[in-house]
Design a protein. Structure first.
Length: 485
């Protein structure tokens, strides 16, 4: 099948979160399964054009309600081995800025235009490439208009057989805009209705996609259930129940080339489940880097995360003092987000320099070191559609401590069960998290064999994309059947 991925992010080129990792990895697994997959993304200002990139000579014409806009298309590949074609849409006015969604003062004020334009440009690029896909697979709110376009302006002619698959990576961000942008999109007025793009008088792009896509997926089976309920549905549970027969949860895998402790060049030393010596080296370097007491017997709890309400790290912030003063553990936090959370962890590091280390910012290389050098990995999310951090951690022998929600519940097997890989807690209360942390420390101190067993189970668990790619192939087939009747 011919499949076009439309996404605002793609790793390793431009990334804010796990969405980039998925779009950078799943297409490779689909290509390996024999599909003709291609990926399209905006050429954001932070992207440096590689020497082997080619700019197409043809102009990319993008029709809008304000006349045709002229863009261009860059061409490269996702990686040298898989050779999945990757295109970047260049349009100065919307995408030359460094940040994808937010500037220093909040969300970009023209996000509606930027991503309506990108959605249209993605489809128009296929004309330029003379390549019309069987399936357009789009991701999260920024591409929510694509399924709506396919059901309206692109319903007939060459696009009549093209199905849409829409993946929800995070239901919290829905793309909520004034309907004034309708004119710019050129969409017919009828799509602005209750069972479509309209929500309380405004446009809701995610809702539009839910109603218009041929199939909807989300990134874990448990999250697929949670979002159908009022408590997990962010106001869209009704729409998701209505389209429930078309909604499926498929667990994310991880890119085993980019996240391989035995070869990872960002770690500084390598290791595998059969030889963990390198892990001790990474741990010692991490302790040095953060100025912590250099002690191999002290367990390190690691965090690599966006610091927002979703991630529940405020729970951790409220128990840091107890952790630091116990003298039984160290904590390393890499993250950025809400200012108060950043300050809270920075202050904890200033108060307890020998046991708490904090780095505020986004740093890919350091992320690998924290994950590789830590013994435990904390992810107390309030909700977590899938979560990649805990999966990387398990791969790198860092035992996850997570809340039982969404993809965390689907990927971490609790201590006490066969093939256990980590610790889970139920309610988002600091004391529940702290209980698990101290349980982990006790096991570290008194049951090293158990620590080793948890580690081995995590490192050897199947996290490849292959199984999920098979499930997506099936969904693509169902979507095409639905589209072509
Ligand atoms: P989400 O997409 O909700 O942020 P995931 O666990 O799916 O959560 O993916 C997060 C990804 O972003 C992981 O690859 C993680 O390592 C990375 N990440 C998060 N914060 C940082 C940071 N400050 N520096 C480097 N990488 C980060
Ligand atoms: C979102 C979710 C995260 C998921 C990622 C990739 O950012 O918050 O749980 O792993 O998308 O699907």
């Amino acid at each position: 099948m011919k499949i076009l991925f439309v996404s605002p992010e793609v790793a390793p080129f431009v990334k804010e979160g796990g969405l980039a990792d998925v779009v950078g990895a799943l297409p490779k697994a689909l290509a390996a399964a024999g599909h003709d997959v291609r990926v399209i993304c905006p050429r954001h200002g932070s992207l440096r054009v590689g020497t082997e990139w080619k700019r197409r000579e043809e102009v990319l014409y993008v029709p809008t309600g304000e006349g045709t806009q002229f863009a261009s298309l860059w061409e490269t590949v996702l990686d040298d081995e898989a050779k999945v074609p990757l295109y970047f849409v260049e349009y100065e006015e919307y995408f030359s800025r460094g940040e994808i969604y937010h500037g220093p003062w909040g969300a970009h004020g023209d996000n509606d235009r930027r991503f309506a334009f990108f959605s249209r440009a993605a489809l128009e690029s296929c004309h330029l490439l003379d390549w019309i896909p069987d399936v357009v697979h789009c991701h999260d709110w920024t591409t929510g208009l694509v399924p709506v376009y396919l059901n309206t302006l692109y319903r007939f002619g060459p696009w009549s057989g093209t199905a849409s698959v829409y993946t929800i990576h995070n239901l919290e961000h829905q793309g909520n805009f004034s309907p004034e942008i309708m004119q710019f999109t050129q969409l017919p007025n009828w799509v602005f209705q209750e069972s479509g793009l309209e929500s309380m008088g405004r446009m809701n792009w995610m809702k539009g996609a839910i109603y218009h896509a041929n199939k909807i997926t989300t990134v874990s089976p448990t999250y697929a259930e949670e979002i159908r309920t009022p408590s997990g549905g962010f106001g869209l549970d009704h729409a998701l129940r209505f389209k429930g027969g078309d909604l499926l949860g498929i667990l994310n895998g991880i890119d085993l080339d980019a996240w391989a402790p035995q070869t990872d060049p960002l770690l500084g030393a390598n290791f595998s489940s059969s030889d963990l010596t390198g892990k001790s080296t990474v741990k010692a370097e991490l302790q040095r880097k953060f100025g912590l007491a250099e002690n191999p017997h002290m367990p390190i709890f690691g965090v690599v995360s966006r610091l927002f309400h979703q991630k529940g790290l405020d729970l951790l912030a409220s128990v840091v003092e107890r952790m630091a003063t116990s003298g039984r553990m160290q904590l390393v936090v890499l993250g950025s987000g809400e200012q108060w959370e950043e300050e809270s962890f920075s202050q904890a590091a200033a108060r307890h320099p020998e046991s708490v280390g904090t780095y505020i910012g986004f740093n890919e290389a350091l992320a690998h070191k924290v994950i590789g050098g830590s013994d435990f990995f904390v992810m107390p999310s309030r909700f977590e559609p899938c979560g990649l951090g805990q999966q990387y951690a398990m791969r790198y022998g860092s035992i996850p401590i997570v809340r039982r929600t969404g993809g965390l519940a689907d990927t971490v097997v609790p201590v006490g069960e066969e093939n256990a890989t980590g610790f889970l807690f139920n309610e988002p209360h600091p004391h529940e998290l702290l209980d698990r942390i101290f349980e982990a420390v006790s096991i570290w101190e008194y049951a090293p064999d158990e620590v080793h067993r948890l580690r081995m189970n995590g490192m050897n668990r199947d996290a490849s994309w292959e199984r999920s790619a098979r499930e997506y192939s099936q969904v693509y087939e169902w979507a095409v059947q639905a589209r072509r009747g």
